[in-house]
Design a protein around this ligand. Structure first.
Ligand SMILES: *Cc1c(COP(=O)(O)O)cnc(C)c1O
Length: 451
């Protein structure tokens, strides 16, 4: 993949780090030109721990979890918030999610094992996935997960059989494809039925399958689930999904006599990656979703279900940053300036994968305006290996510490060891203290499974 040609007529924005506003973790500030997060000097931390390094602002993380819980509690009588663990997973974030009263969304046996390892209450764990293997289903049912979210009729048969073998009745939700496709700026209704996930509403398939689930032993259908997409800015997409789901739930009541306990509206709330991004707030999302469910329930004469949501990105993206050391600079006149960092697509593949945008700053020059447009490229053997394409940065010198913001979601969990690059360490910072919660991978770790 080749990089887009730099737009050299574009002026660097000149904004300093603190003007990055919504992109920053909550406790970010600048002291004597150095970027601080959680009261910890990012420059010192990078020198101590080495780079590439993932840093999470624990106060930010906990604050967003509380905002979700409190905003839903303020707007709805019976709500639960599941942390979608695929966004960022390690033991410590799951311990924190548990302490903050979150439910948990796991989408495979590995995520489930991590939840078990920290003693996460299994009744608050929901298992998702379009193909949960036989082994994963068995692990989940024997662990006693609160809900399995059924994706297919094949899976229904598997869950029923395994639950029967284990002598339990498994509570299940059905994942429905509500035909609402959400986009950052607008929603598109066409094509959204073309999904590998869930029961389609086309040809009334999902509705007919409700009968199958109700007629199957060892499973107890307690509700419905949908997930319309990710990085959604427009709240009306969620409202529309609620309306479709409520209509479906009303029909299920009318024709099958089933009153559902749970309505799980999935995740998807967007976050700010760039300073000018204006996502809806957690409070706005909660109010809007809760009102939509209450209005639709009133309209169809339904008792209020328990309302569940499953945020991933909007809980962790802005809490996390990545620190790198500048090691190489290369200027191609009239084309582009490259600043090479000691990481790249191995620790953050989102840019190579789909040209994701990020804001960056030089942590040891955080009070200086960003006066250049550069491409922060990685150290990997791919031309498309970059973390920031044509982004604003202060003038870089060798050994500067670069901080890339809003890397908390879908970066570490998608990381690889490409080119034999060990996984970075993860540090949580809070009240001036830094603690390593996942140690850096070693070369020995890299080879540990080889015979
Ligand atoms: C990925 C996913 C989520 C979380 O989505 P975000 O956009 O990160 O909030 C929630 N539920 C399901 C089923 C998912 O697949």
């Amino acid at each position: 993949m080749s990089l887009p040609k730099s737009d050299l007529t574009k002026q660097a924005d000149g904004r300093t780090t603190m003007e990055l506003g919504p992109v920053l973790p909550k406790t970010a500030d600048v002291r004597d030109g150095h970027l601080f997060i959680g009261g910890v000097d990012m420059v010192e931390l990078a020198r101590e721990q080495g780079t590439a390094l993932y840093v999470f602002d624990e106060a930010d993380l906990r604050d967003r979890m509380r905002q979700y819980r409190e905003s839903f509690a303020a707007n709805y009588p019976n709500a639960g918030v599941l942390y979608a663990s695929k966004a960022f997973l390690n033991k410590e974030v799951l311990r924190i999610a548990n302490e903050e009263g979150m439910f948990l969304d796991v989408s495979g046996g590995g995520e489930l094992a991590c939840a078990q390892a920290v003693g996460f209450p299994m009744e608050r764990v929901f298992m998702h996935g379009n193909y949960k293997t036989e082994a994963e289903l068995r692990e989940a049912i024997s662990a006693g997960v609160g809900r399995i979210v059924l994706d297919t009729r094949l899976e229904l048969a598997r869950v029923s059989r395994i639950a029967g073998e284990l002598g339990v009745v498994q509570k299940v939700l059905m994942r429905i494809t509500p035909g609402v496709e959400a986009d950052t700026h607008e929603y598109i209704k066409t094509g959204c039925e073309d999904s590998k996930f869930g029961f389609t509403m086309l040809d009334d398939f999902a509705f007919k399958c409700v009968g199958d689930v109700l007629g199957t032993p060892n499973v107890d259908l307690v509700g419905f689930h949908c997930h319309i997409g990710s990085q959604i800015f427009a709240l009306h997409s969620f409202v529309e999904a609620v309306q479709v789901m409520a209509k479906f739930v009303a029909r299920v009541r009318d024709e099958y006599g089933l009153y559902v306990e749970d309505l799980d509206m999935g995740g998807g709330l967007g976050v700010a990656y760039l300073a000018d991004d204006k996502p809806s707030s957690i409070a706005e999302f909660a109010e809007c979703t809760a009102n939509a469910v209450m209005e639709a329930s009133l309209e169809y004469g339904l008792p209020l279900p328990r309302l569940l949501v499953e945020p991933g990105r909007s809980l962790v993206a802005n809490a996390g940053v990545t620190l790198y050391t500048v090691g190489v600079m290369k200027t191609l006149p009239n084309i582009r300036k490259y600043v090479a960092i000691d990481g790249g697509m191995s620790d953050n593949v989102r840019t190579a994968l789909y040209h994701a945008d990020y804001e960056a700053t030089i942590a040891n020059k955080a009070d200086q305006p960003r006066t250049e447009i550069v491409t922060l490229c990685g150290k990997h053997c791919e031309s498309g290996d970059a973390v920031v394409l044509d982004g604003s940065l202060q003038h870089a010198d060798l050994d500067d510490i670069v901080c890339v913001f809003a890397t908390g979601a879908y970066c570490y969990t998608m990381s690889s060891t490409y080119n034999g690059q060990p996984h970075p360490a993860i540090v949580f910072v809070r009240d001036g203290q830094a603690r390593v919660v996942t140690r850096r991978e070693t070369y020995e770790d890299l080879m540990a499974r080889d015979v």
